[in-house]
Design a binder for this molecule. Structure first.
Ligand SMILES: [Zn+2]
Length: 330
C-alpha cells in the first residue's frame, strides 16, 4: 500500500494583494519566493504539485495576469485545479452564500477559464476558506468536476464538515471523490479534541514526520497537505525558516519507503481504476500531543506577540511557582 502525499497549493493573492507578490513571490531583494520556487523544490525531488488557482481575481488583475500563472504551472507539468474565492467576479465572499444554480454558474466559469488555457479537464476543486457545502457537491457533479478537496473538520467555516461525517480518508460523496484536507489531533482537554490542519505554515517538521509515520501505520491512501502560493512570503519578507522546513519535509517524504508525492490527477486516476482502497472505515486520527505543540510554539518565538506569549508562559509560570513554593517552605 502506497501513501500518496498530495502537496496542494492554494494559489491566490490576498483580498488586497497582488499576484506579483502573493503568487509569483517577487520581493524587494530581487528574488522570487512564490510558485516557481515551490515548483523548483518539488521538481528537485522528481515530484509535481497540485495548484488550486483562484481564477476569479482575473476580474481585478486582468485575464492575462491569471493566464500567465496557468501557463507557467501547466507548462511545467503540475496540476492546475480550481479554487473559488468568487468575490471579485460575483460579489459574494463565499461559495456557501450561493444556491446550487449560482454555485454551478461560478464553478462552470472557473472551469472554462482554466480549460481554455490548458486544454485539459479541470478535475478538482477547493472552496476558498473551505466554504463548501452539499450544494457545492451537487454543483460540482453538474459541471463535471469529479473531485473536491474542501472538507476540513479542523476549520470552522467548513460547512461540509458539519453536514457529513468523514473519517479523514478519501471517500465517495454522492458521486464526487472527497479528499479531506488531512487534520491531526494536537491534544485533548476533557472530551474536546483540538484539531489542526496539515499545513506547512501551521505544523512543525516534527509534527509532520509524526503524522506521516501514523499514516503509514494506519494504511491510509493519502495525506492532503496544504500550503499557499504566498507561504514563503511574510510581511513583505521571505520566510527562510519555512522554506527550510518545506525542503526538509520533501527530503523526508522522498526518503520514506511506501510514500509517493503525487498530484491530485494522478491520485484520481488510480482511484478510478480501483487500485486504491481504504483498508479501514475507522477515523484516521494522527495524534501529536501537547509536548510537540509546545515545541512548535517555541519555534515561533518572535513571530507575533501571541506566539511569543504562548511559548514563554509555561516556563515563566513554572519558575514563578517554584519560587513561590521556595519562599513559602523556607
Ligand atoms: Zn484561498
Amino acid at each position: 500500500m502506497t501513501l500518496h502525499v498530495l502537496i496542494t497549493v492554494d494559489t491566490e493573492s490576498y483580498a488586497a494583494g497582488d499576484p506579483d507578490r502573493h503568487i509569483w513571490g517577487h520581493l524587494d531583494d530581487g528574488k522570487e519566493y512564490g510558485i516557481r520556487m515551490i515548483m523548483d523544490m518539488l521538481e528537485k525531488r522528481g515530484a509535481r504539485g497540485t495548484f488550486y488557482l483562484n481564477v476569479y481575481e482575473a476580474e481585478r488583475h486582468g485575464d492575462e495576469a491569471i493566464r500567465a500563472v496557468i501557463s507557467e504551472i501547466h507548462g511545467r507539468g503540475h496540476d492546475v485545479q480550481l479554487h473559488t474565492h468568487p468575490r471579485d467576479r460575483y460579489g459574494i465572499e463565499k461559495l456557501t452564500r450561493a444556491d446550487v444554480s449560482r454555485q454551478r454558474e461560478i464553478l462552470a466559469w472557473g472551469k472554462d477559464f482554466i480549460e481554455a488555457q490548458t486544454g485539459l479537464d479541470v478535475i478538482a476543486h477547493r472552496a476558498g476558506a473551505f466554504a463548501a457545502n452539499l450544494d457545492t457537491i451537487e454543483a460540482l457533479s453538474l459541471v463535471g468536476i469529479p473531485v473536491d478537496a474542501s472538507l476540513s473538520p479542523a476549520w470552522f467555516e467548513s460547512h461540509l464538515a458539519q453536514e457529513v461525517v468523514s473519517n479523514n480518508r478519501p471517500f465517495d460523496l454522492r458521486g464526487v471523490l472527497e479528499l479531506p484536507v488531512t487534520y491531526y489531533v494536537q491534544g485533548r482537554f476533557g472530551k474536546r479534541e483540538y484539531l489542526r490542519l496539515v499545513d506547512i505554515e501551521a505544523s512543525s517538521l516534527r509534527e509532520l514526520k509524526h503524522i506521516v509515520r501514523q499514516a503509514l501505520d494506519a494504511k491510509v491512501s493519502t495525506i492532503n497537505f496544504l500550503m499557499h502560493s504566498h507561504s514563503f512570503v511574510r510581511n513583505g519578507r521571505s520566510d527562510l525558516a519555512l522554506i527550510k522546513r518545506f525542503e526538509a519535509v520533501l527530503a523526508y517524504l522522498s526518503a520514506q519507503p511506501g510514500v509517493k508525492l503525487s498530484t491530485t490527477t494522478q491520485f484520481h486516476e488510480l482511484w478510478k481504476s480501483g487500485s486504491l482502497q481504504e483498508h479501514s472505515t475507522e477515523r484516521f486520527t494522527p495524534r501529536t500531543g501537547w509536548w510537540l505543540t509546545y515545541l512548535r510554539t517555541l519555534e515561533s518565538v518572535g513571530k507575533g506577540w501571541k506566539n511569543t506569549v504562548a511559548a514563554l508562559l509555561p516556563p515563566v509560570v513554572l519558575a514563578a511557582s517554584i519560587g513561590f513554593l521556595f519562599i513559602v517552605l523556607t
